[in-house]
Write a protein that binds this ligand. Structure first.
Ligand code: ADP
Length: 493
């Protein structure tokens, strides 16, 4: 060690020497055997891990991935056996080295093809069938190309270094594919795509330097081999990392999905309970209300004795309010039925003006409004009671949003193959920007706290749904301060 320059620590030099010795050892058949055996175990573990995932998810790309890593395992297993018999046995390598060298390379190329296929599969998911056929065809092509190069070398029609360079060129063609495909197809997960491309880029250095080395000096320098040897292994490690992160990402997503599914189920149950509650309460309210209205009508007719004018006025108020309450209950029950898809129309042929209920004309007049009617008969096929509900809701709104002295006009007629029924008022009107929203469930133009008119914002939503069930439409024209016109269009019959 005396010749060492004084700046170099002899201990470090020893380290360099041991590294050299290790590099030399790895270049011998014994070292190669060690590497191959380690890789074999590594790939076997990967196959086992991916198959476990495949059994759960049945994803086609995992199948390809497992096949690819299995080919890598098989390649290392075969080479380990040969190296083992060469190092510890009596069979000389030279007896089958060329055939096995090509088998080793062919298995590597097919493994790469399957792995490349696995990463391209999600990109091609839409045309998976065709893509699968293409990968199969290409695998056969790659296998044949290897066989052809082997035959050429065996027949001494081409030198072994040239044969190896050709095989490297085949591998480069396989490894370049993801760069074209993943870059061209807009891949949904850029982070994942980037790690996959980096892994393939690391792998490609190996065959690329071999080809360059062949082109420059006619063979591959053993020192180059020592440097590039770990690259495929590192590349597979990077690929595995990408797959692992992808699996973990997905597992996280699945658990979130399961959680939100449970929440949705819970909310669905609550909604159902709420719906049932509304329907029970509505039914329970409706029965006594019918008796109240019946007895009020009898009282007002003087069936239980003479009624004083003051009593009559009080009873009228009670009667009107109970009508309002029963309209509200009808709306709630109708909405519930429509939402559960249980509303069945009892269709009959009738003339559209028959949906007018005189009671509401009466109520409007009592509130100091004049009611005009321009009615032409028009026959439709529909559910009379449901369309009556449409009239009641539109009429109730016209009354609610008009002042004393206003005019409500009812018109009916036909245009083309449609019948129309319109309720027009000279009331408050609706701002233009609110018009698209008034048919939404529970939507009200004024704030619920400041509004002076009663209602829960269901009337127009029910009108729209009933009319649409009849194959018709509703439109509205309105101007603030001047009034509104709601027109219902139903196909003629
Ligand atoms: P509500 O129970 O509040 O009447 P609707 O669904 O029937 O519910 O109406 C929704 C909203 O549309 C009302 O709150 C009101 O602001 C507006 N609207 C409906 N009809 C008229 C009308 N004829 N004139 C003025 N505004 C109306």
């Amino acid at each position: 060690m005396a010749w060492l320059p004084p700046s170099i620590d002899p201990a470090l030099f020893l380290d360099v020497m041991s590294f050299r010795r290790l590099a030399y050892f790895l270049g011998t058949p014994g070292g190669e055997l060690l590497k191959r055996a380690a890789e074999m175990v590594f790939y076997l573990l990967i196959v086992w891990m991916i198959l476990a995932e495949y059994r759960q998810r049945k994803r086609r790309d995992y199948k390809y991935l497992a096949a690819g890593f299995f080919a890598l395992f098989a390649r290392n297993a075969i080479m380990s056996l040969i190296l083992f018999s060469g190092v510890f046995g009596t069979v000389p390598f030279t007896r089958f080295s060329l055939a096995f060298l090509f088998l080793d390379q062919a298995l590597e190329s097919l493994a790469l093809l399957a792995i490349v296929g696995a990463f391209l599969f999600p990109v091609f998911r839409k045309c998976a069938q065709r893509f699968q056929g293409l990968v199969m065809l290409w695998s056969v092509g790659v296998g044949m190309a290897h066989l052809a190069v082997y035959t050429l070398v065996k027949q001494s029609l081409c030198s072994q270094p040239l044969g190896e360079a050709l095989v490297d060129a085949i591998q480069i063609s396989v490894l370049l594919l993801p760069f074209f495909v993943i870059r061209k197809a807009s891949y949904q997960r850029p982070r994942f795509a980037r790690s996959v491309l980096v892994a393939f880029a690391v792998y490609i250095v190996w065959p690329l330097t071999n080809v360059i080395s062949y082109l420059l000096i006619g063979y591959v320098d053993p020192r180059v081999r020592v440097i590039e040897h770990p690259l495929p292994f590192i590349s597979m490690f990077l690929l595995l990392r990408a797959v692992y992160l992808d699996m973990v990402d997905k597992a996280g997503l699945y658990s979130k999905l399961r959680q939100s599914e449970a929440t949705i189920q819970h909310e669905k149950k609550l909604n159902q309970l709420k719906d049932n509650f509304i329907s029970i309460v509505s039914h329970e309210l409706r029965t006594p209300l019918t008796s109240i209205k019946l007895y009020l009508a009898l009282l007002r007719q003087g069936k239980f004795g003479k009624i004083l004018p003051k009593q009559e006025s009080a009873m009228k108020t009670v009667y009107d309010e109970s009508t309002r309450l029963s309209d509200l209950i009808t709306d709630l029950l109708t909405l519930k039925k429509m939402e559960s898809g249980k509303l069945e129309l009892e269709k009959v042929r009738f003339s559209l003006p028959e949906i007018i209920d005189d009671l509401y004309i009466h109520i409007a007049r009592e509130k100091g409004m004049s009611v005009e009617a321009k009615l032409a008969p028009c026959a439709v096929l529909g559910d009379r009671n449901r369309l009556k509900q449409v009239f009641i809701n539109l009429m109730n709104n016209a009354i609610k949003f008009s002042e004393k002295g206003g005019t409500i006009t009812l018109s009916c007629g036909n245009k083309g193959n449609q019948c129309f029924f319109a309720v027009s008022d000279t009331g408050s009107g609706i701002p233009k920007e609110e018009l698209p929203k008034i048919f939404d469930k529970f939507y009200q133009v004024e704030d619920a706290l400041t509004r002076k008119n009663q209602g829960i914002g269901l009337g127009l939503s029910i009108v729209k749904q009933i009319v649409e069930l009849h194959g018709g439409t509703v439109d509205v024209k309105s101007e603030v301060g001047k009034g509104s016109t709601f027109t219902v269009w139903i196909p003629k019959n």
